[in-house]
Design a protein around this ligand. Structure first.
Ligand SMILES: CC/C=C\C/C=C\C/C=C\C/C=C\C/C=C\CCCC(=O)SCCNC(=O)CCNC(=O)[C@H](O)C(C)(C)COP(=O)(O)OP(=O)(O)OC[C@H]1O[C@@H](n2cnc3c(N)ncnc32)[C@H](O)[C@@H]1OP(=O)(O)O
Ligand SMILES: Cc1cc2nc3c(=O)[nH]c(=O)nc-3n(C[C@H](O)[C@H](O)[C@H](O)COP(=O)(O)OP(=O)(O)OC[C@H]3O[C@@H](n4cnc5c(N)ncnc54)[C@H](O)[C@@H]3O)c2cc1C
Length: 663
């Protein structure tokens, strides 16, 4: 049967080269080819079907995930996929699994915190999946406060071993993914105790389960922590609980890049900063930022395609009703999210560069950029995950009632994504880290020259008093005007916090009291980073007809939308006047009209297969209604016309004979 493209008229309207935009989105021709090939491979393989996930019981769901993970591994081995191809394959399989933590945290923790010998011993086993690892840091009583962890690792010089122990209920490890039912090993974080002295938290490689029959080793109590938010969703993951009862491990299973314990029981600190114990979190926060654009673009693709298909009101003389994408309110909710998806794509790319740079510097014993890398990864993780989680939910609402159906793909996407606001650092806690970095920067102005993402602070005197030069709406398209407004707002908010802090005798008390303002200053700083990197990206040559122009429109939408949303900050700090705010709003409306004819092509540029999108509302051909209708009949509840339970619970009701005065 011939397939009709219900969105063809939309695709014909586009004013730019979609294939060239696909390459910009992917990052390079190589990245595009890789992504395109692997996504099609996964989509065409029935072994990776995922349309029944929300209907399965937890046990069936979990077993199905185990099957898929094993099948993915077999595919990787059989096809001799490279590391890069294998990672893409896992991404397109699109099912949270223990493998995320094995490859995403266990392996990086050994690479980042293990000595050369430890890497040589453990990495080959992990690469071949002869051991499966997880990252066991969080405990029942402490997640954010890593220094408050209670698990102990006490050195026993008699046997040259550490004794890993959970002294209290609250010291039980709680949350690690992959731990509950699968991992054979953990990087467990514990307080290092040597000669009766507490040297703080360190990582240890601990075997949890037998490699023969998978039973927990002596002294290990381990299990799953139970159902989480949403059907399907993150319940494919076995987040676990773990208690140690005096478990002994050899001394060389302490990760010893940052500090060491000798055979004689001497504690030694390397000349690398102690904060490198937190290095895996910096790495994963960076990957989470890169991943945010994937989740947001997916939701935006669904909502944009469906908004072009859906019609409500406005029929003239029996003609077609209005496509909901043509309503200005729909555009003002949807297009900033489309622009954010692109903005997050580019900030993810930049953060990857920053992370690579800091890693190379660390290898050369240059630790100078570590605080900035920590602040950037923490702040951008917080900003992008909050905006993405909120954005997915907004996309659900943009799809009206049908967005609430699991077959829209949006409920599951939201349920899988929303814990990103919590894991790898609660988003507020992370913004407070950024605020500390900003306050330190302001307090050292004149002593230490701010560089990198805080380089704008060198012009603090100018930024504290500059006036916005915008006179007409179009002036807001000038990148310098936009940048200066964002820099001035960030600088003024930080300086105001620093001044207020100086009124407190005890700085920590002041920090706690002013923490809500500090979080807002941190948000302003992080938004400035995203805006400035988007603008920088557009200063490069970007090939393809009309591609750069579309990206300029999106960059302006992203920036002016933020200015509109946070106009309270801009007005109260005197960076702009109400007139400037009103002109920005006029310009924003004009930009929405410019993006409208290109909206479908801009989401096509994500190059998502229907399999990956997992959404009837977002399907490429826009043939939504027949697919929704068919899918309804496939629900197990429709297996029989008369439901199970009719004879027990419905018929007796209908047949009851109640004699009361009223009836
Ligand atoms: C897993 C990935 C899989 C696949 C990859 C593919 C895609 C990825 C996309 C998605 C991921 C998908 C699935 C993953 C799912 C779940 C994984 C979740 C895993 C976890 O959650 S692991 C547990 C994470 N836990 C946390 O994040 C805890 C948060 N808390 C902290 O980080 C810290 O405790 C703190 C920073 C909040 C405070 O610590 P502190 O009290 O010790 O610090 P101080 O405030 O006193 O600071 C001291 C000093 O150190 C500096 N600092 C702090 N942290 C760091 C750091 N990380 N790096 C460098 N420096 C750091 C701080 O600035 C201070 O410096 P100063 O100069 O002294 O001021
Ligand atoms: C799905 C999922 C997967 C996870 N996977 C892993 C894993 O693989 N390995 C692992 O080790 N951990 C994992 N975690 C745990 C995760 O890292 C922690 O939950 C996270 O770091 C937050 O810590 P918490 O739960 O202690 O939150 P809390 O710190 O208890 O936060 C509760 C509230 O207190 C606020 N708060 C806390 N401290 C402050 C402060 N100083 N100032 C102001 N407000 C504050 C927070 O903003 C929040 O609103 C996972 C969690 C989830 C949800």
């Amino acid at each position: 049967m011939e397939r009709v493209d219900h969105l063809a008229h939309e695709r014909n309207k586009s004013e730019f080269d979609v294939d060239a935009m696909k390459i910009v989105w992917a990052g390079s021709p190589h990245a595009f080819e890789l992504s395109d090939r692997i996504s099609k491979l996964v989509a065409s393989d029935p072994g990776f079907r995922k349309d029944n996930r929300t209907m399965l019981s937890r046990k069936d769901l979990f077993k199905n995930t185990l099957r898929k993970a094993a099948y993915a591994w077999k595919t990787i081995v059989d096809l001799h996929l490279s590391e890069e191809e294998a990672a893409k394959l896992r991404f397109y399989v699109d099912e949270p699994a223990y493998t995320d933590l094995h490859w995403g945290m266990f392996v990086p923790a050994i690479k980042g915190q293990g000595t050369d010998e430890q890497q040589q011993k453990w990495l080959p086993l992990a690469y071949k999946m002869q051991i499966i690892g997880c990252y066991a840091q969080t405990e029942l009583g402490h997640g954010s406060n890593v220094q408050g962890l209670e698990t102990t690792a006490t050195f026993d010089p008699q046997t040259d071993e550490f004794i890993i122990h959970s002294p209290t209920l609250t010291s039980s490890k709680w949350w690690p993914g992959g731990l509950g039912k699968v991992a054979t090993h953990a990087i467990a974080y514990a307080r290092l105790i040597v000669g009766g002295r507490d040297y703080g938290v360190n990582g240890f490689i601990v075997q949890l389960r037998s490699l023969e029959d998978h039973s927990p080793l002596p002294g290990i109590t381990v299990g799953d922590i139970g159902m989480k938010f949403g059907n399907g969703a993150y319940n494919t993951m076995d987040n676990g609980v773990l208690q140690f009862d005096h478990v002994r491990i050899p001394r060389d299973q302490m990760l010893m890049r940052v500090s060491q314990v000798t055979r004689e029981g001497k504690y030694k600190q390397s000349d690398v900063p102690r904060q490198l114990v937190y290095g895996t979190m910096v790495y994963v926060r960076q990957t989470i930022v890169a991943d945010a654009s994937c989740a947001l673009s997916r939701a935006v693709c669904i909502a944009t395609r469906y908004s072009a298909v859906r019609r409500q009101f406005g029929s003239q003389n029996g003609g077609p009703e209005t496509q909901v994408i043509d309503y200005k309110t729909q555009q003002s909710r949807l297009f900033p999210l489309l622009a954010s998806a692109y903005a997050f794509r580019f900030i993810g790319e930049w953060l990857k560069w920053l992370y690579t740079d800091v890693t190379q510097r660390l290898q050369a014993n240059d630790f100078s950029t570590l605080p900035e890398a920590h602040a950037c990864t923490a702040g951008l993780k917080s900003l992008t995950t909050t905006a993405t989680a909120d954005g997915i939910e907004e996309c659900r609402k943009l799809c009206g009632g049908h967005g609430y159906l699991c077959s829209s793909g949006l409920p599951e996407l939201f349920a899988v994504y929303v814990p990103a606001c919590t894991y790898e650092g609660d988003n507020t806690v992370l913004l407070l880290q950024v605020a500390r970095f900003l306050m330190k920067t302001v307090s050292q102005l004149g002593v230490k020259k701010p560089v990198g993402t805080i380089g704008y602070m060198t012009r603090v005197d100018h930024l504290m008093q500059c006036r916005c030069g915008v006179q007409r709406a179009e002036d807001w398209l000038n990148p310098s005007a936009l940048l200066e407004a964002f820099e001035a707002r960030a600088a003024r908010m930080s300086v105001a916090c620093a001044q207020n802090l100086s009124n407190f005798d005890n700085p920590e008390e002041g920090f706690a009291e002013l923490s809500a303002d500090l979080v807002e200053a941190a948000v302003a700083h992080c938004q400035l980073i995203i805006v400035s990197k988007f603008i920088e990206k557009l200063q490069q040559e970007i090939p393809g007809k009309g591609v750069k122009q579309q990206l300029e429109v999106l960059c302006n939408i992203y920036t002016l939308f933020l200015l509109h949303k946070h106009q309270g900050d801009f007005l109260s700090t005197g960076c702009i006047t109400p007139k400037h705010a009103s002109l920005a709003n006029d310009q924003l409306r004009s930009l929405y009209s410019q993006v409208r004819p290109n909206a479908i092509a801009l989401v096509d540029a994500f190059n998502y297969t229907d399999h990956f999108l997992g959404s009837i509302l977002g399907c490429y051909d826009g043939n939504v209604y027949p697919k929704l209708y068919e899918a309804a009949w496939e629900d197990p509840l429709n297996d029989s016309v008369v439901p199970d339970g009719y004879h027990q619970y419905i018929r007796p009701l209908l047949k009851q004979q109640i004699r009361t005065a009223r009836l």
